[in-house]
Design a protein around this ligand. Structure first.
Ligand code: DGL
Length: 271
């Protein structure tokens, strides 16, 4: 039994798609979430900057006495060195492994699409995992840099003409390549799932990394003896690096009926 909180972080609010799932699966666990809203997006930045930001995010969560850290961010998961993560005083997971395993299980024709931020696609992180899991896999990868600003600015309503146009611009080539599975390789993208799904068609299975990593985390906590043992009453504390003004509205967008919890601004550059 371990009643310390689970630590979750993202460059912004996309990681809340994972928190939403954690709340559903583990209503008795406390969660500390950090969203680096003052420095989002990470995806267009260089590797060294992303690693430095990720280190500060991890140090902040460790200062909150977390028992487990989830990088609910495709960009950090693709960039923060796993050797460094393995030396942390608590277990750490990114989102690449769980999403790649689900895609490997889902594909029938061995042709998988991966979309993500420029840093995620450049890193080849999903492709490397998929090659190990699916012999002869064909991967169609595409960076979609404008999806994160669209989501952070609320352009997520079904049929939004601006978003629909950008989906068409980025995904026409991916769709026409004959994939049967598409990894939404950034935790912001599930907010565009309906529109992406409509564009890709019913024959393409969409993989949501935050959701799958939450499921894997619930299992890991149990296996590692880190579960709280509580069935309900868990809380979420949110920390952001920009003003919390307007946070409630955005939280509702990402968390739906699982929204609720205190929010506080911190100076992440001090960690
Ligand atoms: N949610 C982050 C990810 O999964 C967004 C990346 C960004 O900040 O550009 O990659």
């Amino acid at each position: 039994m371990d009643t310390r909180p689970i630590g979750v972080f993202d460059s912004g609010l996309g990681g809340l798609t994972a928190v939403r799932q954690l709340r559903r699966l583990l209503p008795g666990e406390d969660i500390v979430y950090f969203g680096d809203t003052g420095r989002v997006p990470y995806g267009p930045r260089g590797r060294d900057t992303i690693v430095q930001y990720a280190r500060q995010d991890v140090h902040f969560l460790l200062s909150r006495n977390v028992k487990f850290i989830m990088a609910a961010c495709g960009t950090v998961s693709s960039t923060y060195p796993l050797e460094e993560a393995a030396r942390l005083p608590v277990p750490y997971t990114g989102v690449i492994g769980a999403a790649s395993r689900a895609a490997a299980d889902a594909t029938r024709n061995g042709c998988i699409g991966v979309i993500g931020t420029p840093a995620t696609i450049r890193s080849g992180s999903y492709a490397a995992q998929l090659r190990q899991l699916v012999p002869g896999v064909r991967i169609v990868a595409k960076a979609c840099p404008m999806f994160v600003p669209l989501v952070e600015n609320g352009y997520v309503n079904d049929g939004n003409p601006v978003t629909r146009l950008i989906i068409e611009e980025y995904l026409t080539q991916v769709r026409d390549a004959g994939i049967d599975t598409l990894i939404l390789g950034c935790t912001h993208y599930p907010l565009l799932k309906k529109m992406i799904g409509d564009f890709m068609g019913d024959s393409v299975t969409l993989i949501d990394p935050g959701k799958l990593t939450a499921i894997a985390t619930a299992r890991a906590l149990e296996d590692l003896g880190l579960a709280s043992g509580r069935r309900d009453g868990g809380t979420v504390r949110f920390f952001v690096s920009d003003t919390p003004e307007g946070f409630d509205e955005q939280e509702r967008l990402f968390m739906g009926d699982c929204a609720g919890g205190d929010v506080e601004q911190i100076a992440i550059e001090n960690y």
